[in-house]
Design a protein around this ligand. Structure first.
Ligand SMILES: [Fe+2]
Ligand SMILES: [Fe+2]
Length: 248
């Protein structure tokens, strides 16, 4: 499985190519995923967003979550044969998708998009790429988002797949709410992209002593519907397995 380009492994040679329909800016290199992740302003935004959510009792939304979403969004598009630059835009959108939580949880997708716009414009990203990233960020939330592009679809799938016990911050199991319980019960989650079968499967290993599978559905039904819609947009089906049993 290809992994997200890191500092030690430079981007593929064609990574500088603009996305389809995007005019290249002469003399200005592409805004890379690494340059976003390592930008001092992004560090402040991501950490502030996570801190704000900690204050109101939400699960972890920090560098672990957004780094994972970036990684998965990138891999989804690469495995399905999308261009390298398009996958990198998905990684960038994935890393920035929750920064708006620093302002307010409500409408955070749209706030994140506007905050990203200013940052990306300052960094010299072409407008046609900026709007792709903004559209993906602004549509990542299951209640009011839609897969309006491959980049958006990849970010939706990646974001909805991050359910894991490491996201639970509440140290007191007795005081777990249903979100804590469901997240804590998930020992392993993996978004499997089968490019040959055109099928994307969220594979979960759940400790049913902590949370029943029904609780998972109670919390995550809207997320599953959003994932299915996003998978369909990418020309694939979507499935869910829990402890090896295919549920959808
Ligand atoms: Fe979000
Ligand atoms: Fe998120």
């Amino acid at each position: 499985m290809p992994s997200l380009p890191s500092r030690s492994r430079p981007l593929a040679p064609n990574s500088g190519a603009p996305a389809p329909g995007v005019a290249e800016v002469t003399g200005v290199g592409p805004v890379t995923f690494e340059s976003i992740r390592d930008h001092p302003r992004v560090r402040v935004y991501v950490r502030s967003a996570d801190q704000a959510l900690a204050e109101i009792g939400y699960t972890e939304h920090g560098e672990r979550h957004v780094g994972l979403v970036a990684h998965i969004a990138y891999n989804v598009l690469r495995r399905l044969g999308h261009p390298e630059r398009e996958a990198e835009l998905a990684a960038i959108a994935g890393y920035l998708h929750d920064i708006g939580n620093a302002v307010n949880r409500e409408n955070h997708a749209q706030t994140s998009a506007v905050m990203a716009m200013q940052l990306l414009a300052d960094m010299g990203m072409p407008d046609a790429e900026i709007v792709q990233v903004m559209g993906a960020i602004g549509n990542h939330h299951e209640n009011d988002g839609d897969p309006v592009s491959p980049v958006a679809a990849a970010v939706i799938l990646a974001d909805k797949s991050d359910v894991h016990r490491t996201r639970v911050r509440n140290p007191d199991m007795i005081r777990f709410d249903i979100h804590d319980r469901v997240n804590y019960a998930v020992e392993r989650s993996f978004l499997n992209v089968d490019e040959a079968a055109k099928r994307i499967t969220l594979e979960l290993t759940v400790d049913t002593a902590i949370s029943q599978v029904m609780e998972y559905f109670e919390i995550f039904m809207t997320r599953m519907v959003a994932s299915r819609k996003a998978a369909k947009y990418l020309g694939t089906s979507f499935g869910l397995t829990v402890n090896g049993n295919r549920l959808t």
